[in-house]
Design a protein around this ligand. Structure first.
Ligand code: PLP
Length: 363
């Protein structure tokens, strides 16, 4: 049986009729960018997260870099971020000329809150929390620190749609929550899309202006902005997926519960669950010291896997300018050498999952 790490087609066929009807509706409407579907999606996604506002954007990276731009964080400023993140989190900081200050992860693959304070300097302006792999970070101490040092708090929720800490949705703890709706995310579009949520009226307004060339009124430009508009087809399709998000998340939780109970190979470490936090399981990430052997073994059985992520940002060629070398962040580097995401997707059958479980247990 051939099993791919992800199957986006399954997610499409699950609600095929609804998706196709929506696309036809938008095509026939004659209005394709920033219209009633975007407005409706923004309202519905804000309600889902419990935030006051949502502003649709073109991607998750745009959500991040525009967030720091709007908060006035740039040249000479420092932003604290976990070292073991997807590189987009870091690019959101450096596009503005600000400097990322890396912190090692805790045992839940998220920012280690106990290691933040020692990194705060006179130049620190913000903390960027990434709820990696779908599990909420340890928000209580992070919120406390951001208040104590008067720092902005931005959340990268590209992998955590619907994940909570103490019952509160990720994305609503700080100034701005940044979301990606890239097709493989838990709430995925059928192309690029993103959004921010915020409780701050001014920040929401600034995003609305910035995403459309800095104009509030057509052809009257207040600031030098960007083109980061969400289109009607993606917004309409996202509305459908959002209508089913509880069911989609529950399905992932059920699959991962089975992985947690049935996987029993001593050569692998299973993901740990943080108390007070929920996870929406963007990925099911195991650690394995003999990772390459495991990958090769699974490949022979036609089971695909992915490494999220093989090269941490501080060792990426793109960031040689930061001057880090191997050994700078040993925990992060060990993660990069050991993590492996095993197949997980909405629409995964019991038969497919049991095949993966049996294979891994026999490794
Ligand atoms: C996917 C992702 C992003 C970027 O989102 P795009 O929509 O691809 O620009 C940012 N941060 C994290 C953690 C992600 O997983």
């Amino acid at each position: 049986m051939q099993i791919m790490p992800n199957r986006l087609d399954r997610g499409y066929y699950k609600y095929q009729k609804e998706f196709e009807e929506k696309v036809n509706e938008v095509l026939r409407s004659g209005w394709y960018v920033l219209g009633k579907e975007v407005l409706a999606f923004e309202k519905e996604f804000a309600a889902y997260t419990g935030a006051k506002h949502c502003v649709g954007l073109a991607s998750g990276l745009d959500a991040l870099w525009i967030a720091f731009r709007i908060l006035g964080i740039g040249e000479g400023d420092e932003v604290i971020v976990q070292a073991n993140t997807y590189i987009a989190s870091v690019m959101g900081i450096t596009i503005n000329g600000a400097v990322p200050v890396f912190v090692e992860p805790d045992e839940y693959n998220n920012l280690d809150a106990s290691k933040i304070e020692e990194k705060i300097t006179g130049k620190t302006k913000a903390i960027l929390v990434v709820h990696l792999y779908g599990q909420a970070s340890n928000m209580e101490p992070i919120v406390t620190l951001s208040k104590k040092y008067n720092l902005r708090l931005v959340e990268d929720c590209a992998q955590s749609h619907g994940a909570c800490f103490d019952g509160q949705m990720t994305g609503t703890f700080g100034d701005i929550g940044c979301f990606s709706f890239y097709p493989s995310k838990n709430l995925g579009a059928f192309g690029d899309a993103g959004a921010i949520v915020t409780n701050d009226d001014k920040i929401a307004e600034d995003f609305r202006i910035f995403r459309n060339y800095g104009s509030e009124k057509r052809y009257y430009n207040k600031v030098v902005g960007a083109n980061s508009r969400l289109d009607e087809i993606q917004a309409g399709l996202l509305r459908i997926r959002l209508r089913h998000i509880e069911e989609l998340t529950a399905e992932r939780q059920k699959l991962c519960k089975r992985y947690l109970t049935e996987l029993n190979n001593v050569k692998i470490e299973l993901p740990m669950l943080r108390s007070r936090a929920t996870t929406v399981w963007h990925q099911f990430v195991i650690h394995c010291r003999e990772r390459q052997a495991l990958i090769d073994y699974l490949n022979k059985l036609e089971i695909g896997t992915i490494i999220h992520y093989p090269i941490p940002p501080h060792l990426s060629e793109a960031y040689t300018c930061l001057g880090y070398k191997k050994g700078s962040f040993p925990i992060t580097e060990r993660h990069a050498d050991e993590v492996l995401s095993i197949p997980l997707y909405n629409g995964m059958t019991d038969e497919e999952q049991m095949f993966v479980i049996r294979a891994i247990n026999r490794f």
